[in-house]
Each structure stands twice: as C-alpha cells, then as structure tokens.
Design a protein around this ligand. Structure first.
Ligand SMILES: NC(=O)c1ccc[n+]([C@@H]2O[C@H](COP(=O)([O-])OP(=O)(O)OC[C@H]3O[C@@H](n4cnc5c(N)ncnc54)[C@H](OP(=O)(O)O)[C@@H]3O)[C@@H](O)[C@H]2O)c1
Length: 303
C-alpha cells in the first residue's frame, strides 16, 4: 500500500521540559495589549495539544509596541497564568538587531538572551535560537555565547534559524554540545529545504526541524493569487476533499510526513483556527498524493 506514515506522536525534546506534539505554535503575529485575548490564544494552542511555543525578541518590531513586544506580552500572560510556564517548551530567538541588521558578535547574544528572560518573566528559556546568521560573527564567537548561556542555566538547549547546512556544520564544529534544532521556512509553497541539503542534514545529525510559515504566511489559504499558488492549493484540496479535512490541515500533514518529522509552527492568532490545526494529525495521504503537491509546487514533473 502507498499510504504514508504520518508520525504525529508526541516526542521528548528537552530534558525537564514537556514532550512536544507534531505541531508548534508561533507568536510572530502575537500583537496587542489585551492579556485576556493573548491568554485565550495561548490556551487554544494547549487545547490543540501544542506545547512548543516559538517567539523572538524582534516580534513586534514594525508594529505599535515595537521590538520585544511579543515577548513582553507573553511575559504578562505567563505572570497572569501561574503554571502555564511548566506546561510549555518556551522557544525564543535573538541576534537580529535593526538597523544593523544582524549582530551576534562578542557578548551580544548573551545580552539579547538576558533581555528576553526579563521580558518573558522567566529564569530559563528552553530553546534559544539564533534567528538569522550574522555573516560577520565567527561561528566560534556564536558558539561561545551559546555555551556561556547554557553553563549559566539561562537556556536549556540551542538552535538556529535560516541557516544553510554549511553554516550549521560550521557552528556545530565550535559548539561543545549538540545543536538541538533548525528552523527553515518550509511549506508546500516553499520547498527549498527538500533540495538544498537542509532537511538531509537534519536527518544526518538528528536535528529537530521547526518550520516557519507552514501556510506560506496565509497565502495558501487566500484566493490563490498567482497561478502556482492556485495549483498547489488544488493539489492540497484533492487530498482535503477525500479526507473531509481543511486545506490547512493537509498542508501541515504534508510537511509532517517528511522523514525528518518537521514541526510546523502554526502562525494563526485565531483560537478556533489554532484548535483546528490538530486535525492535521488525522490526515492520511498516499505517497503519490504527496508527490502531486510537490510537482504542483515545482511546476514540472519529477525527473
Ligand atoms: N525564523 C524565522 O525567520 C521566522 C519567520 C517567520 C515566521 N516564523 C515563525 O513561524 C510562525 C508561523 O509563521 P506564519 O504566521 O507566517 O505562519 P502561517 O501559518 O503560514 O500563516 C499564518 C497566517 O495565515 C492566516 N490564515 C488564514 N487562514 C488560515 C487558516 N485557515 N488557518 C490558519 N491560519 C490561517 C493567519 O491568520 P489568522 O491569525 O487571522 O488566523 C495568519 O495571518 C511564526 O509565528 C514564527 O514563530 C519564523
């Protein structure tokens, strides 16, 4: 049978932190000043079985409350909800500093992380990620900062985002402990990690893969603006209709089906949509259907 194994089982990620499901929740769009509404969104993620919460110091930049706002809002949610901290794997990122744009030289990442801890109202971050590589920082410098943070108990594990496979290898060569995770953009609209070595390296090294913009930032759910998006949406809908599932659920399942077991970061801030994301765990598809989505994204058959 051509049925794909979509492994949605929970898995341990970090010692002393809750296990994670096959989905995470992202707080890039976590704006505003309303702690009750922000709490409702966070609880919707927990109700969907999601324990991995991903934020960043820069989330909020360009919006009303600016750099640090998403972390500060979540810090207020954590303070208002004692017990929530221990139910989640708290992941954040640092190292982007407008307008430089990236700064991870010297002690900078340590300072960024300490500022995140203060905004989030926590003593320790479970997963601290370098948001984008600073091309001017030697990987040994970045590794030293991450090691210092870990030795001081300020972070439990380290990861990177938007790194090439070669950049992961360079950083790992200087890091005295294994990198836990990578975070590339990956979706039926953004398929580069399948071909640029990023997912292959995750398989080789056993890296956890968190994937950003799993619905193409919402483009997959829009009115299929361009021809390619329309094609990909139609290929997802062919599976969705047969399964009685939503297009979003099929898009998440399509990513989860890869053997690197990527964890799509659900970006919605609508409680009902966050809860509905868990439908991804029930989607079934065949290998032929998975490749049909890929062919739609490539715009040409597989060689
Ligand atoms: N590492 C990086 O550089 C990087 C970059 C970007 C993002 N990220 C991470 O990835 C996370 C997700 O990114 P994203 O927000 O672009 O994810 P996404 O899931 O691709 O897009 C979410 C957007 O789609 C909309 N949407 C429309 N219909 C939807 C439906 N049926 N179900 C769910 N969403 C629907 C949402 O609107 P509503 O909110 O109105 O539902 C929201 O605006 C971020 O929060 C962040 O943690 C990381």
């Amino acid at each position: 049978m051509d049925q794909l194994m979509i492994n949605a089982a929970v898995r341990p990620l970090i010692d002393g932190a809750p296990a994670v499901s096959a989905l995470g929740w992202g707080m890039w769009r976590y704006h505003g000043d309303d702690v009750a509404a922000a709490t409702a969104r966070s609880m919707a993620a927990l109700e969907a079985g999601i324990t991995l919460f991903d934020t960043a110091d820069i989330y909020g930049f360009g919006h009303e409350h600016g750099f640090g706002a998403a972390e500060a809002l979540f810090g207020r949610v954590l303070k208002a909800n004692p017990g929530l901290r221990d139910r989640i794997v708290l992941a954040t990122k640092g190292g982007i500093q407008p307008p430089i744009p990236y700064h991870q030289r010297g002690n900078r990442l340590v300072e960024c992380c300490e500022a995140s801890l203060r905004r989030l109202n926590v003593d320790c971050i479970d997963l601290y990620q370098v948001h984008r590589p600073d091309l001017l920082a030697h990987p040994a410098e970045v590794a030293a900062a991450l090691d210092r943070l870990r030795q001081q108990g300020k972070i439990k594990a380290a990861g990177v985002s938007n790194y090439t496979a070669a950049q992961v290898a360079a950083l790992s060569a200087h890091l005295p402990f294994p990198l836990l995770s990578i975070q590339p953009e990956f979706s039926p609209l953004h398929i580069d990690p399948l071909f640029d070595g990023v997912l292959d390296q995750a398989l080789e090294r056993g890296l956890t893969v968190l994937t950003w913009s799993p619905l193409g930032g919402g483009n997959l759910l829009g009115d299929a603006g361009d021809e390619r998006t329309g094609r990909v949406a139609a290929a997802l809908d062919a599976i969705a209709i047969r399964q009685g599932a939503t297009r979003a659920a099929v898009a998440y399942a399509w990513a989860i089906a890869h053997p690197a077991r990527p964890i799509p970061l659900v970006g919605s801030q609508t409680p009902a949509r966050i809860r509905e994301a868990a439908d991804a765990f029930t989607v079934q598809m065949t290998g032929a259907e998975w490749y049909a989505v890929l062919v739609a994204a490539r715009g040409q058959p597989m060689p």
